[in-house]
Design a protein around this ligand. Structure first.
Ligand SMILES: NC(=O)c1ccc[n+]([C@@H]2O[C@H](COP(=O)([O-])OP(=O)(O)OC[C@H]3O[C@@H](n4cnc5c(N)ncnc54)[C@H](O)[C@@H]3O)[C@@H](O)[C@H]2O)c1
Length: 438
Protein backbone atom coordinates (compact mmCIF):
# COMPACT_ATOMS: atom_id res chain seq x y z
CA UNK A 1 0.00 0.00 0.00
CA UNK A 2 1.19 3.54 -0.64
CA UNK A 3 1.11 5.56 2.56
CA UNK A 4 1.96 9.14 3.51
CA UNK A 5 2.84 10.24 7.03
CA UNK A 6 2.60 13.99 7.62
CA UNK A 7 4.77 15.06 10.56
CA UNK A 8 8.05 13.17 10.98
CA UNK A 9 8.78 13.50 14.69
CA UNK A 10 8.87 10.79 17.35
CA UNK A 11 5.55 9.29 16.27
CA UNK A 12 5.73 10.03 12.53
CA UNK A 13 9.19 8.59 11.99
CA UNK A 14 8.46 5.41 13.95
CA UNK A 15 5.07 5.02 12.24
CA UNK A 16 6.48 5.59 8.74
CA UNK A 17 9.44 3.28 9.27
CA UNK A 18 7.38 0.50 10.83
CA UNK A 19 4.76 0.62 8.07
CA UNK A 20 7.57 0.40 5.50
CA UNK A 21 8.98 -2.59 7.37
CA UNK A 22 5.92 -4.70 6.47
CA UNK A 23 6.21 -3.88 2.77
CA UNK A 24 4.27 -0.64 2.36
CA UNK A 25 5.74 2.24 0.41
CA UNK A 26 5.89 5.21 2.75
CA UNK A 27 6.64 8.87 2.21
CA UNK A 28 7.15 10.97 5.32
CA UNK A 29 6.44 14.68 5.01
CA UNK A 30 7.70 17.43 7.31
CA UNK A 31 7.94 21.21 7.10
CA UNK A 32 11.25 21.21 8.94
CA UNK A 33 13.67 21.48 6.01
CA UNK A 34 16.76 20.69 8.04
CA UNK A 35 15.16 17.55 9.48
CA UNK A 36 14.06 16.33 6.06
CA UNK A 37 17.49 17.00 4.56
CA UNK A 38 19.12 14.87 7.25
CA UNK A 39 16.58 12.09 6.77
CA UNK A 40 17.06 12.19 3.00
CA UNK A 41 20.78 11.82 3.60
CA UNK A 42 20.13 8.73 5.70
CA UNK A 43 20.77 10.36 9.08
CA UNK A 44 18.25 9.48 11.75
CA UNK A 45 16.93 12.48 13.70
CA UNK A 46 15.83 10.90 17.00
CA UNK A 47 17.29 8.32 19.34
CA UNK A 48 14.96 5.36 19.58
CA UNK A 49 16.30 1.85 20.23
CA UNK A 50 16.08 -0.43 17.18
CA UNK A 51 14.80 2.29 14.86
CA UNK A 52 18.01 3.11 13.00
CA UNK A 53 18.42 -0.38 11.60
CA UNK A 54 14.86 -0.46 10.23
CA UNK A 55 15.21 3.10 8.95
CA UNK A 56 18.38 2.26 7.00
CA UNK A 57 17.02 -1.00 5.61
CA UNK A 58 13.78 0.50 4.36
CA UNK A 59 15.49 3.47 2.74
CA UNK A 60 17.88 1.10 0.98
CA UNK A 61 15.00 -1.02 -0.28
CA UNK A 62 13.25 2.15 -1.48
CA UNK A 63 10.18 1.75 0.67
CA UNK A 64 10.87 4.82 2.81
CA UNK A 65 11.43 8.36 1.57
CA UNK A 66 11.17 11.93 2.85
CA UNK A 67 10.00 15.24 1.47
CA UNK A 68 8.97 18.73 2.52
CA UNK A 69 6.45 18.88 -0.32
CA UNK A 70 2.97 17.81 0.82
CA UNK A 71 1.62 17.38 -2.73
CA UNK A 72 4.56 15.16 -3.70
CA UNK A 73 4.38 13.24 -0.42
CA UNK A 74 0.71 12.30 -0.65
CA UNK A 75 0.70 11.52 -4.39
CA UNK A 76 -1.08 8.15 -4.92
CA UNK A 77 -1.30 7.57 -1.16
CA UNK A 78 -4.28 5.47 -0.18
CA UNK A 79 -3.84 6.41 3.47
CA UNK A 80 -2.51 9.69 4.89
CA UNK A 81 -1.48 9.70 8.55
CA UNK A 82 -1.36 12.96 10.47
CA UNK A 83 1.35 12.67 13.14
CA UNK A 84 1.49 16.37 13.92
CA UNK A 85 2.11 18.19 17.20
CA UNK A 86 -0.83 18.98 19.47
CA UNK A 87 0.87 21.11 22.12
CA UNK A 88 -1.06 22.74 24.94
CA UNK A 89 -2.59 26.10 24.10
CA UNK A 90 -2.68 28.92 26.62
CA UNK A 91 -5.83 27.57 28.30
CA UNK A 92 -4.47 23.99 28.48
CA UNK A 93 -6.54 22.68 25.58
CA UNK A 94 -4.78 20.86 22.73
CA UNK A 95 -3.77 23.34 20.05
CA UNK A 96 -5.10 22.00 16.75
CA UNK A 97 -3.53 24.58 14.47
CA UNK A 98 -0.97 22.16 12.95
CA UNK A 99 -3.61 19.50 12.24
CA UNK A 100 -6.19 21.91 10.83
CA UNK A 101 -3.62 23.67 8.66
CA UNK A 102 -2.61 20.39 7.03
CA UNK A 103 -6.29 19.38 6.71
CA UNK A 104 -6.89 22.68 4.90
CA UNK A 105 -3.95 22.05 2.58
CA UNK A 106 -4.99 18.46 1.86
CA UNK A 107 -8.49 19.15 0.50
CA UNK A 108 -7.52 20.40 -2.96
CA UNK A 109 -4.68 17.86 -3.29
CA UNK A 110 -6.76 14.67 -3.05
CA UNK A 111 -7.22 13.00 -6.42
CA UNK A 112 -8.88 9.72 -5.46
CA UNK A 113 -10.66 8.15 -2.46
CA UNK A 114 -8.29 8.49 0.52
CA UNK A 115 -8.36 7.59 4.20
CA UNK A 116 -7.01 10.42 6.35
CA UNK A 117 -5.96 9.19 9.78
CA UNK A 118 -5.52 11.29 12.93
CA UNK A 119 -2.62 9.62 14.73
CA UNK A 120 -1.92 12.64 16.89
CA UNK A 121 -3.54 12.82 20.31
CA UNK A 122 -6.55 15.04 19.69
CA UNK A 123 -9.67 16.04 21.63
CA UNK A 124 -13.08 14.58 20.92
CA UNK A 125 -14.57 16.12 17.83
CA UNK A 126 -11.29 16.65 15.97
CA UNK A 127 -12.07 14.03 13.29
CA UNK A 128 -15.24 16.03 12.51
CA UNK A 129 -13.22 19.26 12.29
CA UNK A 130 -10.62 17.67 10.02
CA UNK A 131 -13.42 16.25 7.88
CA UNK A 132 -15.04 19.68 7.52
CA UNK A 133 -11.72 21.35 6.57
CA UNK A 134 -10.95 18.79 3.89
CA UNK A 135 -14.53 18.68 2.61
CA UNK A 136 -14.43 22.42 2.00
CA UNK A 137 -12.05 21.88 -0.95
CA UNK A 138 -12.07 18.16 -1.81
CA UNK A 139 -13.53 16.93 -5.07
CA UNK A 140 -13.28 13.23 -4.25
CA UNK A 141 -14.61 10.89 -1.54
CA UNK A 142 -12.57 10.50 1.62
CA UNK A 143 -12.92 9.31 5.21
CA UNK A 144 -11.33 10.66 8.37
CA UNK A 145 -10.37 7.98 10.89
CA UNK A 146 -9.13 8.32 14.46
CA UNK A 147 -6.25 5.94 15.19
CA UNK A 148 -4.53 7.18 18.36
CA UNK A 149 -0.97 6.05 18.93
CA UNK A 150 0.01 4.28 22.15
CA UNK A 151 3.74 3.77 21.55
CA UNK A 152 6.10 4.59 24.39
CA UNK A 153 9.32 6.41 23.62
CA UNK A 154 12.26 4.16 24.45
CA UNK A 155 10.40 1.02 23.29
CA UNK A 156 8.51 2.62 20.42
CA UNK A 157 9.51 0.15 17.71
CA UNK A 158 8.51 -2.83 19.81
CA UNK A 159 5.24 -1.14 20.78
CA UNK A 160 4.49 -0.36 17.16
CA UNK A 161 5.37 -3.77 15.76
CA UNK A 162 3.59 -5.66 18.57
CA UNK A 163 0.96 -3.34 20.03
CA UNK A 164 -1.17 -4.43 23.00
CA UNK A 165 -4.06 -3.29 20.86
CA UNK A 166 -4.82 -1.03 17.93
CA UNK A 167 -7.70 1.39 18.40
CA UNK A 168 -9.48 2.50 15.26
CA UNK A 169 -12.33 4.96 15.33
CA UNK A 170 -14.41 4.93 12.17
CA UNK A 171 -18.01 4.50 11.16
CA UNK A 172 -17.08 3.97 7.50
CA UNK A 173 -17.03 0.29 6.40
CA UNK A 174 -14.73 1.22 3.49
CA UNK A 175 -12.14 2.90 5.74
CA UNK A 176 -12.45 0.09 8.28
CA UNK A 177 -11.50 -2.52 5.69
CA UNK A 178 -8.45 -0.57 4.56
CA UNK A 179 -7.25 -0.02 8.12
CA UNK A 180 -7.81 -3.69 8.94
CA UNK A 181 -5.63 -4.75 5.99
CA UNK A 182 -2.91 -2.27 6.92
CA UNK A 183 -2.68 -3.42 10.54
CA UNK A 184 -3.09 -7.18 9.91
CA UNK A 185 0.69 -7.87 10.06
CA UNK A 186 0.92 -6.20 13.49
CA UNK A 187 -1.84 -8.21 15.19
CA UNK A 188 -0.93 -11.73 14.13
CA UNK A 189 -0.46 -12.87 17.72
CA UNK A 190 -4.09 -12.22 18.56
CA UNK A 191 -3.67 -8.74 19.98
CA UNK A 192 -6.91 -7.04 19.02
CA UNK A 193 -7.84 -4.26 16.66
CA UNK A 194 -10.62 -2.53 18.54
CA UNK A 195 -13.04 -0.72 16.28
CA UNK A 196 -15.25 2.03 17.61
CA UNK A 197 -16.65 5.38 16.59
CA UNK A 198 -14.30 8.33 16.07
CA UNK A 199 -15.23 10.18 19.28
CA UNK A 200 -14.72 7.14 21.49
CA UNK A 201 -11.32 6.48 19.90
CA UNK A 202 -10.27 10.08 20.51
CA UNK A 203 -11.32 9.86 24.15
CA UNK A 204 -9.70 6.42 24.63
CA UNK A 205 -6.22 7.89 24.17
CA UNK A 206 -6.78 10.63 26.75
CA UNK A 207 -8.41 8.19 29.17
CA UNK A 208 -5.41 5.84 28.94
CA UNK A 209 -2.80 8.54 29.49
CA UNK A 210 -4.76 10.28 32.25
CA UNK A 211 -5.27 6.96 34.04
CA UNK A 212 -1.56 6.14 33.91
CA UNK A 213 -0.60 9.62 35.11
CA UNK A 214 -3.10 9.20 37.95
CA UNK A 215 -1.64 5.81 38.89
CA UNK A 216 1.89 7.26 39.06
CA UNK A 217 0.67 10.24 41.03
CA UNK A 218 -1.27 8.11 43.48
CA UNK A 219 1.89 6.13 44.21
CA UNK A 220 3.90 9.33 44.57
CA UNK A 221 1.47 10.48 47.24
CA UNK A 222 1.71 7.11 49.00
CA UNK A 223 5.51 7.59 48.94
CA UNK A 224 5.17 11.05 50.45
CA UNK A 225 3.03 9.61 53.24
CA UNK A 226 5.58 6.80 53.75
CA UNK A 227 8.26 9.41 54.45
CA UNK A 228 6.12 11.02 57.13
CA UNK A 229 4.97 7.87 58.90
CA UNK A 230 8.17 5.81 58.63
CA UNK A 231 6.94 3.23 56.12
CA UNK A 232 8.95 1.94 53.13
CA UNK A 233 7.35 2.58 49.77
CA UNK A 234 9.22 -0.34 48.16
CA UNK A 235 7.51 -2.74 50.51
CA UNK A 236 4.14 -1.06 50.07
CA UNK A 237 4.56 -1.11 46.29
CA UNK A 238 5.25 -4.84 46.29
CA UNK A 239 2.40 -5.42 48.68
CA UNK A 240 -0.18 -3.66 46.54
CA UNK A 241 1.27 -4.48 43.11
CA UNK A 242 0.85 -8.21 43.58
CA UNK A 243 -2.90 -7.70 43.76
CA UNK A 244 -3.88 -8.64 40.21
CA UNK A 245 -6.61 -5.97 40.22
CA UNK A 246 -3.90 -3.34 40.69
CA UNK A 247 -0.91 -4.77 38.79
CA UNK A 248 2.81 -4.18 39.23
CA UNK A 249 3.40 -1.59 36.54
CA UNK A 250 3.39 2.18 36.94
CA UNK A 251 3.75 1.91 40.70
CA UNK A 252 7.32 3.20 41.00
CA UNK A 253 7.42 6.49 42.88
CA UNK A 254 9.73 9.26 41.77
CA UNK A 255 10.02 12.92 40.95
CA UNK A 256 6.86 13.15 38.91
CA UNK A 257 5.79 12.28 35.40
CA UNK A 258 7.03 14.32 32.46
CA UNK A 259 7.48 13.86 28.74
CA UNK A 260 5.68 15.07 25.69
CA UNK A 261 2.40 13.30 26.48
CA UNK A 262 1.23 12.88 30.08
CA UNK A 263 1.44 16.52 31.19
CA UNK A 264 -0.27 17.93 28.12
CA UNK A 265 -2.82 15.13 27.80
CA UNK A 266 -3.96 15.33 31.43
CA UNK A 267 -4.31 19.07 31.02
CA UNK A 268 -6.19 18.76 27.73
CA UNK A 269 -8.62 16.16 29.10
CA UNK A 270 -9.37 18.34 32.11
CA UNK A 271 -10.01 21.25 29.75
CA UNK A 272 -12.23 19.19 27.42
CA UNK A 273 -14.26 18.05 30.43
CA UNK A 274 -14.55 21.64 31.63
CA UNK A 275 -15.74 22.74 28.18
CA UNK A 276 -18.40 20.05 28.47
CA UNK A 277 -19.45 21.53 31.86
CA UNK A 278 -17.78 18.74 33.85
CA UNK A 279 -15.27 19.40 36.60
CA UNK A 280 -12.78 16.50 36.41
CA UNK A 281 -11.63 16.87 40.02
CA UNK A 282 -9.21 13.93 40.12
CA UNK A 283 -7.26 15.37 37.22
CA UNK A 284 -6.99 18.76 38.90
CA UNK A 285 -5.38 17.04 41.88
CA UNK A 286 -3.12 14.92 39.69
CA UNK A 287 -1.74 18.05 38.02
CA UNK A 288 -1.29 19.83 41.36
CA UNK A 289 0.50 16.92 43.01
CA UNK A 290 2.75 16.32 40.03
CA UNK A 291 3.76 19.96 39.95
CA UNK A 292 4.99 19.71 43.56
CA UNK A 293 6.47 16.25 43.15
CA UNK A 294 8.83 17.33 40.37
CA UNK A 295 10.98 19.40 42.70
CA UNK A 296 10.25 17.62 45.99
CA UNK A 297 13.87 16.52 46.37
CA UNK A 298 15.09 20.12 46.21
CA UNK A 299 13.77 20.63 49.75
CA UNK A 300 16.01 17.73 50.81
CA UNK A 301 18.99 19.30 49.06
CA UNK A 302 18.41 22.60 50.87
CA UNK A 303 17.92 20.87 54.18
CA UNK A 304 21.07 18.79 53.81
CA UNK A 305 23.26 21.76 52.94
CA UNK A 306 21.50 23.85 55.60
CA UNK A 307 20.46 26.39 53.00
CA UNK A 308 24.07 27.07 51.91
CA UNK A 309 23.88 25.99 48.30
CA UNK A 310 25.74 28.87 46.71
CA UNK A 311 29.05 27.64 45.30
CA UNK A 312 28.16 23.96 45.70
CA UNK A 313 28.66 21.68 42.74
CA UNK A 314 26.17 18.90 41.97
CA UNK A 315 26.59 16.06 39.49
CA UNK A 316 23.30 15.65 37.66
CA UNK A 317 22.68 12.15 36.31
CA UNK A 318 19.94 11.88 33.68
CA UNK A 319 18.32 14.64 31.64
CA UNK A 320 15.75 12.89 29.45
CA UNK A 321 12.24 12.49 30.85
CA UNK A 322 12.75 8.73 30.98
CA UNK A 323 15.49 6.28 29.99
CA UNK A 324 16.20 5.13 26.41
CA UNK A 325 15.15 8.37 24.79
CA UNK A 326 16.73 11.73 23.99
CA UNK A 327 13.37 13.47 24.53
CA UNK A 328 13.55 16.18 27.20
CA UNK A 329 10.09 17.67 26.80
CA UNK A 330 8.69 18.41 30.30
CA UNK A 331 11.54 16.39 31.83
CA UNK A 332 11.61 16.75 35.65
CA UNK A 333 15.41 17.13 35.26
CA UNK A 334 14.99 20.56 33.73
CA UNK A 335 12.85 21.84 36.62
CA UNK A 336 15.34 20.55 39.17
CA UNK A 337 18.30 22.03 37.33
CA UNK A 338 16.58 25.42 37.18
CA UNK A 339 15.86 25.22 40.92
CA UNK A 340 19.51 24.36 41.67
CA UNK A 341 20.81 27.13 39.39
CA UNK A 342 18.62 29.64 41.20
CA UNK A 343 20.35 28.66 44.44
CA UNK A 344 23.76 29.32 42.89
CA UNK A 345 24.70 25.65 42.40
CA UNK A 346 27.09 24.60 39.63
CA UNK A 347 25.39 21.79 37.71
CA UNK A 348 27.63 19.10 36.12
CA UNK A 349 25.26 17.14 33.88
CA UNK A 350 25.50 13.77 32.21
CA UNK A 351 22.98 11.87 30.10
CA UNK A 352 23.69 9.04 27.67
CA UNK A 353 21.56 10.52 24.84
CA UNK A 354 19.96 13.85 25.72
CA UNK A 355 22.93 16.22 26.18
CA UNK A 356 22.63 17.86 22.77
CA UNK A 357 18.92 18.57 23.23
CA UNK A 358 19.57 20.14 26.64
CA UNK A 359 22.53 22.14 25.35
CA UNK A 360 20.20 23.70 22.76
CA UNK A 361 17.97 25.18 25.47
CA UNK A 362 20.32 25.64 28.43
CA UNK A 363 23.55 26.50 26.62
CA UNK A 364 26.45 27.08 28.97
CA UNK A 365 24.29 27.64 32.06
CA UNK A 366 25.35 24.13 33.04
CA UNK A 367 28.37 21.92 32.29
CA UNK A 368 28.10 18.72 30.23
CA UNK A 369 30.07 15.50 30.66
CA UNK A 370 30.42 12.37 28.57
CA UNK A 371 30.37 9.94 31.50
CA UNK A 372 28.66 9.92 34.90
CA UNK A 373 32.09 9.73 36.55
CA UNK A 374 33.36 12.85 34.76
CA UNK A 375 30.27 14.66 36.01
CA UNK A 376 30.87 13.40 39.56
CA UNK A 377 34.51 14.54 39.70
CA UNK A 378 34.85 16.89 42.68
CA UNK A 379 31.07 17.27 43.13
CA UNK A 380 29.48 17.87 46.53
CA UNK A 381 26.61 15.49 45.70
CA UNK A 382 24.92 13.47 42.95
CA UNK A 383 21.33 14.15 41.90
CA UNK A 384 19.65 11.34 39.94
CA UNK A 385 16.78 12.36 37.72
CA UNK A 386 16.43 9.55 35.15
CA UNK A 387 16.72 5.81 35.71
CA UNK A 388 19.12 5.01 32.86
CA UNK A 389 20.31 1.40 33.40
CA UNK A 390 23.98 2.46 33.61
CA UNK A 391 23.29 4.40 36.80
CA UNK A 392 21.96 1.32 38.58
CA UNK A 393 25.26 -0.32 39.49
CA UNK A 394 27.97 2.33 39.40
CA UNK A 395 31.49 1.61 40.54
CA UNK A 396 31.17 2.95 44.08
CA UNK A 397 34.87 2.45 44.79
CA UNK A 398 35.64 4.83 41.97
CA UNK A 399 32.87 7.26 42.95
CA UNK A 400 34.06 7.31 46.54
CA UNK A 401 37.46 8.56 45.42
CA UNK A 402 36.29 11.24 43.00
CA UNK A 403 33.29 12.75 44.80
CA UNK A 404 33.96 15.58 47.19
CA UNK A 405 30.79 14.80 49.16
CA UNK A 406 29.32 11.33 49.59
CA UNK A 407 25.74 12.50 49.14
CA UNK A 408 23.10 11.19 46.72
CA UNK A 409 19.68 12.68 46.04
CA UNK A 410 17.93 9.90 44.15
CA UNK A 411 14.71 10.84 42.38
CA UNK A 412 14.28 7.28 41.03
CA UNK A 413 15.04 5.04 44.02
CA UNK A 414 17.89 3.23 42.28
CA UNK A 415 19.87 1.98 45.24
CA UNK A 416 19.37 -0.44 48.05
CA UNK A 417 19.30 1.30 51.42
CA UNK A 418 21.73 -1.21 53.00
CA UNK A 419 24.20 -0.63 50.18
CA UNK A 420 24.06 3.10 50.80
CA UNK A 421 24.63 2.52 54.53
CA UNK A 422 27.59 0.21 53.81
CA UNK A 423 29.10 2.68 51.37
CA UNK A 424 28.72 5.48 53.90
CA UNK A 425 26.56 7.77 51.79
CA UNK A 426 24.04 10.33 52.90
CA UNK A 427 21.16 9.11 50.75
CA UNK A 428 17.83 10.74 50.09
CA UNK A 429 15.28 8.90 47.94
CA UNK A 430 11.50 8.94 47.54
CA UNK A 431 9.24 7.35 50.16
CA UNK A 432 12.07 5.58 51.96
CA UNK A 433 14.20 6.03 55.06
CA UNK A 434 16.78 8.81 54.93
CA UNK A 435 20.33 7.48 55.33
CA UNK A 436 22.43 10.04 57.11
CA UNK A 437 25.85 8.88 56.03
CA UNK A 438 29.04 8.59 58.04
N1 LIG B 1 5.93 11.18 21.44
C1 LIG B 1 5.18 10.21 21.91
O1 LIG B 1 5.64 9.34 22.67
C2 LIG B 1 3.74 10.10 21.51
C3 LIG B 1 3.05 8.90 21.75
C4 LIG B 1 1.72 8.82 21.36
C5 LIG B 1 1.09 9.90 20.77
N2 LIG B 1 1.78 11.06 20.57
C6 LIG B 1 1.09 12.18 19.91
O2 LIG B 1 1.50 12.22 18.55
C7 LIG B 1 1.56 13.57 18.07
C8 LIG B 1 2.95 13.88 17.53
O3 LIG B 1 3.87 13.77 18.61
P1 LIG B 1 5.44 13.73 18.38
O4 LIG B 1 6.05 13.44 19.70
O5 LIG B 1 5.75 12.85 17.23
O6 LIG B 1 5.71 15.26 17.97
P2 LIG B 1 7.03 15.88 17.32
O7 LIG B 1 7.04 17.29 17.72
O8 LIG B 1 8.19 14.99 17.65
O9 LIG B 1 6.78 15.76 15.75
C9 LIG B 1 5.87 16.53 15.04
C10 LIG B 1 6.44 16.85 13.65
O10 LIG B 1 5.45 17.52 12.87
C11 LIG B 1 6.13 18.46 12.05
N3 LIG B 1 5.17 19.43 11.51
C12 LIG B 1 4.59 20.52 12.11
N4 LIG B 1 3.78 21.14 11.25
C13 LIG B 1 3.82 20.46 10.07
C14 LIG B 1 3.20 20.60 8.80
N5 LIG B 1 2.35 21.59 8.56
N6 LIG B 1 3.49 19.70 7.84
C15 LIG B 1 4.37 18.69 8.08
N7 LIG B 1 4.99 18.50 9.26
C16 LIG B 1 4.71 19.37 10.25
C17 LIG B 1 7.18 19.04 12.97
O11 LIG B 1 8.21 19.68 12.24
C18 LIG B 1 7.67 17.78 13.69
O12 LIG B 1 8.75 17.17 13.03
C19 LIG B 1 1.13 14.44 19.25
O13 LIG B 1 -0.24 14.66 19.19
C20 LIG B 1 1.43 13.55 20.46
O14 LIG B 1 0.61 13.85 21.56
C21 LIG B 1 3.09 11.17 20.91
Amino acid sequence: MKIAVVGTGYVGLVTGTCFAETGNTVTCVDIDKEKVKKLQNGTITIYEPGLEQLFERNIKQERLSFTTDLAEGIKDAKIIFLALPTPPGEDGSADLKYILKVADDLGPLLSDYTVIVDKSTVPVGTADKVHAKIAAHAKVDFDVVSNPEFLREGVAVEDFMKPDRVVIGTTSPRARKIMETLYAPYVRQGNPIIFMDERSAELTKYAANAFLATKITFMNEIANVCELVGADVDAVRKGVGTDSRIGKRFLFPGIGYGGSCFPKDVQALAKSAQDAQYDFRILRSVMDVNEDQKTRLIARVKEHFKGHLKGKSIAFWGLSFKPHTDDIREAPALYNIEALLQEGVTVRAHDPEAIENVRRIMGDKIQYFETPYDAAEGADAIFISTEWPEFRTPDFEKLNTILKGKVIFDGRNLYDLDLMKDQGYAYFSIGREVINGK
